[in-house]
Design a protein around this ligand. Structure first.
Ligand SMILES: Nc1ncnc2c1ncn2[C@@H]1O[C@H](COP(=O)(O)OP(=O)(O)OP(=O)(O)O)[C@@H](O)[C@H]1O
Ligand SMILES: [Mg+2]
Length: 163
């Protein structure tokens, strides 16, 4: 390859890299709305409007969790709280968020009527969708329904797991 062609090639590569970087920046900034700390602000407003007391324990600023995983967690939280407002009749909601070395766990508890039947699970898309999204990031959803409803949301730290 002559020097002129090599120069052109380098220029092309630089241009491609710049375009790719710009696209990544745009993607990330579009996803900022799905940060857990933003979602918690919305959760507070929704529960206040529904006159449901809200208690939060733990951190909303995740340090070591990929944005994709954080986005999935935010979507879960939104659906869980929407369900509490729509179905539970609760007057109290507790959320605990823990980021450990092994991953993130979120517990969402209400003191409402509870899921009366296991079959209710498949009635809507919300809980099923939550489970599928969590499984997509190697996480899991468990539901307990005594004294209201408790959702146990877990996602592992993907880097640790693959290493
Ligand atoms: N916190 C809760 N308390 C009491 N019942 C609940 C609670 N969350 C869910 N349920 C029951 O489980 C069912 C399924 O929930 P799911 O979120 O999957 O569907 P949905 O909320 O009815 O509809 P969608 O989420 O698709 O709009 C609900 O219809 C409701 O009967
Ligand atoms: Mg729902």
């Amino acid at each position: 390859m002559n020097p002129e062609m090599a120069k052109k090639e380098i220029k092309d590569i630089r241009q491609t890299a710049r375009t790719a970087l710009k696209e990544v920046r745009e993607m990330v900034s579009e996803m900022r709305g799905a940060k857990l700390s933003d979602e918690i602000i919305r959760v507070k407003q929704i529960l206040k409007a529904a006159e449901i007391e809200f208690k939060l324990e733990g951190t909303t600023e995740l340090q070591d969790t990929p944005l994709l995983v954080e986005t999935v967690l935010s979507m879960c939280l939104k659906e869980a709280v929407t369900n509490i407002v729509k179905h539970s009749g609760a007057d109290c909601c507790n959320i605990v968020i823990e980021e450990l070395q092994t991953g993130v766990t979120i517990t969402v508890q209400d003191n409402g009527v509870g899921l009366s039947h296991r079959s209710e699970y498949i009635k809507g898309n919300g809980l099923q969708g939550m489970k599928e999204r969590l499984e997509f990031v190697n996480g899991s959803l468990d539901i307990k329904s005594t004294d209201g409803t408790t959702l146990y949301i877990r996602v592992p730290n993907a880097i640790k797991n693959n290493g």
